[in-house]
Design a protein around this ligand. Structure first.
Ligand code: SAM
Length: 458
């Protein structure tokens, strides 16, 4: 059977989509190649959120066409995902070696299209149509562990991502996602719970619920019940699953943090003390121009409520610097919010104009040199605060879920604290999948080092 290599750009949602496509192909008898040089089919799962991500994927495909295709003319080349969705056939017009373009609502058709192309029944396929019910199709898993998609290195999967919805209705003025992922569509609670139960039966201990804005989950399908939003109803249902140790989710929207969600952290012990809450800016003026729907005061109020319930909460965020019209005063507000919020970590993005988004044509686009300089300043502050968080963990005892070998040094093991800090320690294979306590003995850059033996002696 043909072998497939999938390269993924972008966010966890794209990683999850790639995993589901790989699982679909394996179920059909395809094998997964360990490198593009050994593959009969090479698929690039693309990201459109910033221009750089698009350029990387286009550049990669041009190289594949020039190098791989030249020596092996029968190799099938394809684009999937967000850029495939937004550019469609235009991609084949600019890169004629591309055989397949699959949009974000068509991942489940990949195997059928590849079969047809490989059998010579079709030459090129472009499918970027919307498809009703496609949100329920991202449900197959590989479970090779650590997100790996290589059948040659099967490891036990301890953690898994579960897609609960597709699309976004927020229309932030900088963001291309509503145009590439479509309108918000949610899966049914029993369907999601069944997938989680199956994962747990296969040894998974931690599930991360995924969506563009998970806090908007099921708003049209499940009315508020006993003060609980549809998303909190879903958390309750997943929490019931016996054998599941931990629940995470990403990404929420700040305006989705009602009291029901804050209380869920107090009520549900499996919901770990960790939240990635994108703030984007610390300036109310810019937040309004971004169409975010909250103020800095409201955002800081949410953090205060979460920390009142769970003082050790690990809070991370996304911030964009250089949004059109951002002045030095606006940027100072972002710096001051970052200090006040004391994020455990933050992804700092340089604003990138995206096609069809309102911000791309707003006046006062910020020059690249200014964006670079603000990016460096904010990153330094984020790293300083992050270092303080990690240093403060030294000497404490932390509960970790052991995920498997460390990515940096396979002779050691890696686990994660409840507030999502990576902990490296010397352990044995039997520890993998265990929830255990370690004593933190040292902090590195966004990594902790632990010693379970010290705890055992106590
Ligand atoms: N759904 C999430 C939310 O609440 O906004 C985020 C999804 S997006 C894939 C991840 C991050 O990319 C965003 O939070 C934002 O910080 C960043 N991003 C989105 N559009 C961007 C743009 N045009 N330029 C720079 N960064 C951008």
């Amino acid at each position: 059977m043909p072998s497939v290599y999938i390269k993924t750009y972008g966010c966890q949602m794209n990683e999850r989509d790639s995993e589901a496509v790989a699982a679909q192909l394996v179920a059909k008898g395809y094998t997964l190649a360990t490198s593009e040089n050994a593959a009969d089919v090479i698929l690039l799962n693309t990201c459109s959120v910033r221009d750089m991500a698009e350029r990387k994927a286009v550049g990669k495909m041009a190289n594949l066409a020039a190098d791989v295709r030249k020596n092996r003319p029968n190799v099938v080349l394809g684009f999937m995902g967000c850029m495939a969705q937004s550019r469609g056939k235009e991609l084949i017009d600019t890169l004629p070696d591309v055989d397949l373009v699959i949009g974000t609502q068509k991942f489940h058709r990949t195997a059928d299209y590849l079969d047809e192309i490989l059998a010579g029944k079709r030459d090129k396929v472009v499918d970027v149509e919307a498809e009703r019910g496609s949100e329920a199709e991202i449900r197959q898993h590989l479970l090779f562990g650590n997100g790996g998609t290589s059948s040659e290195s099967p490891k036990r999967a301890i953690t898994a991502f579960v897609s609960i919805m597709q699309g976004c209705n927020q229309y932030c003025t900088f963001c291309i996602v509503p145009y590439t992922r479509g309108e918000e569509r949610s899966r049914a609670i029993p369907d999601i719970v069944a997938e989680c139960q199956q994962l747990v039966a296969q040894g998974v201990k931690e599930i991360t619920l995924l969506g563009q804005i998970v806090t908007s989950y099921g708003r049209r399908d499940y009315p508020v019940q006993d003060g609980k939003s549809a998303f909190v109803q879903l958390l309750d249902a997943v929490h019931e699953i016996e054998g599941l140790e931990r629940i995470r989710f990403t990404s929420p929207h700040p305006k989705g943090y009602g009291d029901d969600l804050v209380e869920a952290y107090a009520r549900l012990p499996k919901l770990v003390e960790s939240a990635h809450i994108p703030v984007q800016s610390g300036s109310d003026r810019i937040l309004k121009l971004m169409h975010r729907g909250y103020t800095r005061e409201r955002f800081l109020g949410i953090l205060a409520k979460l920390r009142a319930v769970k003082p050790g909460m690990g809070i991370t965020t996304d911030i964009i610097v250089g949004f059109p019209g951002e002045t030095e005063e606006d940027f100072a507000q972002t710096l001051s919010l970052t200090r006040a919020a004391r994020f455990q970590n933050a992804y700092v993005f340089k604003y990138s104009p995206r096609r069809d988004t309102p911000a791309a044509t707003m006046p006062d686009q910020v020059p690249d040199t200014v964006i670079e300089e603000r990016h460096a300043r904010l990153l330094e502050l984020v790293n300083d605060i992050g270092r303080e968080h990690y240093a403060a963990s030294v000497g404490t005892r932390q509960q970790i879920l052991v995920e498997g070998p460390s990515h940096k040094n396979a002779a050691r093991l890696q686990g994660r604290t409840r507030c999502n800090k990576i902990v490296i320690f010397d352990g044995a294979a039997r520890h993998v999948g265990q929830v255990m306590d370690v004593q933190i003995i040292r902090a590195g850059t966004f990594t902790l080092y632990g010693d379970p033996a010290i705890v055992n002696l106590n």
